[in-house]
Ligand binder design. Structure first.
Ligand code: BGC
Length: 245
């Protein structure tokens, strides 16, 4: 049986059925641009459209780019604030006609990366950091997730870290990879001072271009690019849904 995974991101909403034992997509993924403003009313029809691509009624996992506590949205830095306080697990289950598990996007990517990617069999403190529209973090201790860490909002030099070190900051600021790497390095150094992780895994779209910036980033902690890259959120969402069954 495959389980549907859907990743709600700041720029796109993408889904695919997942073979959760193999950690791979079981079909080509389907993606629609995230509507702006990204209010619940605007996003819900898109979520339904993505899910309707697959006709079964198996459970589904959906990621959200904000704090998600037991299915309820706690923050929405890069989507509309109307999301805050919504019981997304209940709402999505009603709309999609399936049992839906909702979790933070970086946490979902981390769950997949720990099971099938760069964090596989790594003991100790592992931090996955996703660089996209925002910066997301997923913290694992001996493979167990500490959910909703939100370390992308650490204040560095008077600003929210994602203002300078997210991939959006690179694109919108027209920064070269080398210049952006300076901001990433400052961010990673700050994080390692706070957490002393055993491994940092860099995820999000930039993970497939790690050779462009990682050589310029000097930190003490081993740093590796994510292996599952942009599908990690979809795979992790499906894994979380499967664990909830
Ligand atoms: C949000 C996080 C999210 C990250 C990546 C941040 O702005 O606060 O919850 O994981 O962006 O989407």
């Amino acid at each position: 049986m495959t389980i549907l995974g859907i990743d709600i991101g700041g720029s796109g909403i993408k889904g695919a059925p997942v073979d959760i034992h193999g950690g791979a997509l079981a079909d080509e993924r389907f993606r629609v641009e995230t509507p702006r403003p990204a209010t619940p009313d605007a996003v819900l029809p898109v979520l339904t459209e993505v899910a309707a691509h697959w006709k079964d009624h198996n459970p589904a996992g959906v990621t959200f780019p904000g704090v998600v506590r037991h299915g309820v949205i706690g923050s929405a830095a890069n989507l509309h604030p109307d999301w805050v306080g919504l019981d997304a697990a209940r709402l999505f289950s009603e709309k999609l006609g399936r049992a839906v598990t909702v979790l933070n996007d970086a946490d979902a990517a981390g769950v997949a990366e720990i099971a099938f990617g760069a964090g596989r069999n790594v003991r100790g403190v592992v931090l996955l950091i996703t660089f996209g529209t925002g910066i997301g973090t997923a913290l694992f201790v001996d493979g167990t997730l500490v959910p909703n860490t939100e370390l992308g909002h650490l204040e560095i030099a008077g600003a929210d870290a994602e203002v300078h070190a997210s991939d959006r900051a690179r694109e919108e600021g027209g920064l070269s990879w080398e210049d952006w790497a300076v901001n990433v390095e400052r961010y990673l150094q700050h994080v390692e001072r706070l957490l002393s992780p055993d491994l940092m895994i860099l995820g999000g779209g930039v993970s497939k271009k790690a050779d462009r910036f990682l050589p310029y980033v000097k930190v003490h902690t081993p740093v590796v690019p994510a292996v599952l890259q942009n599908n990690a959120g979809i795979v992790g969402a499906a894994m979380a849904a499967s664990a909830h069954r």
